[in-house]
Write a protein that binds this ligand. Structure first.
Ligand SMILES: C[S@@+](CC[C@H](N)C(=O)[O-])C[C@H]1O[C@@H](n2cnc3c(N)ncnc32)[C@H](O)[C@@H]1O
Length: 268
C-alpha cells in the first residue's frame, strides 16, 4: 500500500538522521512523526490535496507525514509564527521539501482572501496558542480559508502508568514557562468537549470527532532540570524543582502518548 505505515517508515522516516539529544533516544523524532502519521489517518486526506498546516513547529513533525499523504501532486503550506530551527534540514532529508511551502506569520490573521485550501490542520498545536481568545481567532481564520478543518490534541486522560508519567511531567511545563518567561506555553491539554466548544465559538460545525490511542512512547514532556534551576522566584523554583524530580523519576521509566482527541469541522 503506497501510503501505508510500513512504506512511510521505509521511504521517509529511515532517511531522517538520528538525533543526539540525551536523555531523549536517537529515534525520538521518527517516533513522534509516526504518531502524527497515525493521527492524520483520521483527517480523510487524499492524494493531490492542497493543505494548510498551522503551528508546524521547528521539527516539521506533522508537516512531513502530511506532505507524504497528499502525494506528489499535493502541497502543504506550513505556517508558524516563530519556530523554524530544524525545519528545512528535516523536510529536505525526508525528501518532502518540493511539496512544502513555509510561511512565517501569526495565524491570528491569515493572508488568504478566500477559501484556498481543501483542508486546514492543527495537530498538537492548540496547546501553544496561549489564550482562548487566540485559539478561537486562529480556528475562525482556518475556517475562513479552508473547506474543512482538522484539529487534534492529546487529552488530559491517562489509561496507564506510562501515560500518567507523561502527563505529570508535561503538566509542569505551563507553570515553568510562565515562571521563566512571564508567559504560559504548553497549556494543559483540553478535553474533547473543550475543543468542540472552541470550534463552535469560532463559527464551526463538527462533522465528525473521536479519540484514539497512538500506542507509542512519548518523549516531549521532557524539559531539562537546568531550565527549572533558572527560575528567579525562590519559592516557585524550590516547589517546581521538587515536582520536577518526582515526575522525572517516573518519566524516565517510560512515558507514552495519552489518548488523542480529534475533530473534523466545517464552517457553519
Ligand atoms: C507544540 S508546537 C508544534 C506542533 C506540531 N504541529 C507537532 O505536530 O508537534 C506548536 C507551534 O505552534 C506555533 N504557534 C503558536 N501560536 C501560533 C500562532 N498564533 N500563529 C502561528 N503559529 C503559532 C508555535 O510557535 C509552535 O511552534
Amino acid at each position: 500500500m503506497f501510503f501505508g505505515e510500513e512504506t512511510f517508515k521505509r521511504e521517509i522516516l529511515s532517511k531522517i538522521p538520528p538525533r543526539d539529544e540525551p536523555p531523549l533516544p536517537p529515534d525520538w523524532l521518527q517516533l513522534e512523526m509516526l504518531e502524527r502519521f497515525r493521527v492524520l489517518q483520521q483527517a480523510t486526506l487524499r492524494s493531490g490535496m492542497n493543505v494548510l498546516e498551522i503551528g508546524c513547529g521547528a521539527h516539521a513533525l506533522t508537516t512531513v507525514p502530511l506532505a507524504y499523504l497528499v502525494g506528489e501532486t499535493g502541497r502543504v503550506v506550513a505556517v508558524d509564527k516563530s519556530r523554524w530551527r530544524f525545519f528545512e534540514e528535516i523536510i529536505s532529508s525526508a525528501g518532502m521539501k518540493p511539496r512544502i511551502f513555509p510561511l512565517k506569520l501569526n495565524a491570528r490573521e491569515l493572508p488568504f482572501p478566500f477559501k484556498t485550501f481543501d483542508l486546514a490542520v492543527l495537530v498538537h498545536g492548540i496547546r501553544s496558542m496561549k489564550s482562548e481568545n487566540t485559539m478561537i481567532k486562529v480556528i475562525s481564520e482556518m475556517l475562513r480559508v479552508a473547506d474543512r478543518i482538522f484539529i487534534a490534541e492529546s487529552l488530559p486522560v491517562a489509561e496507564n502508568e506510562r501515560q500518567k508519567a507523561h502527563l505529570e511531567l508535561y503538566n509542569l511545563r505551563e507553570e515553568i514557562f510562565e515562571a521563566l518567561f512571564g508567559e504560559k506555553d504548553d497549556l494543559h491539554y483540553p478535553t474533547l468537549e473543550k475543543l468542540q466548544e472552541l470550534v463552535e465559538k469560532a463559527g464551526g460545525r463538527v462533522i465528525k470527532s473521536g479519540t484514539f490511542e497512538p500506542k507509542l512512547p512519548h518523549y516531549l514532556a521532557y524539559i531539562p532540570r537546568e531550565y527549572v534551576e533558572k527560575i528567579k522566584d525562590e519559592e516557585k523554583r524550590a516547589k517546581l524543582l521538587g515536582q520536577w524530580d518526582r515526575a522525572y523519576e517516573k518519566w524516565k521509566k517510560g512515558a507514552e502518548h495519552p489518548p488523542v482527541g480529534w475533530i473534523l469541522v466545517k464552517e457553519r
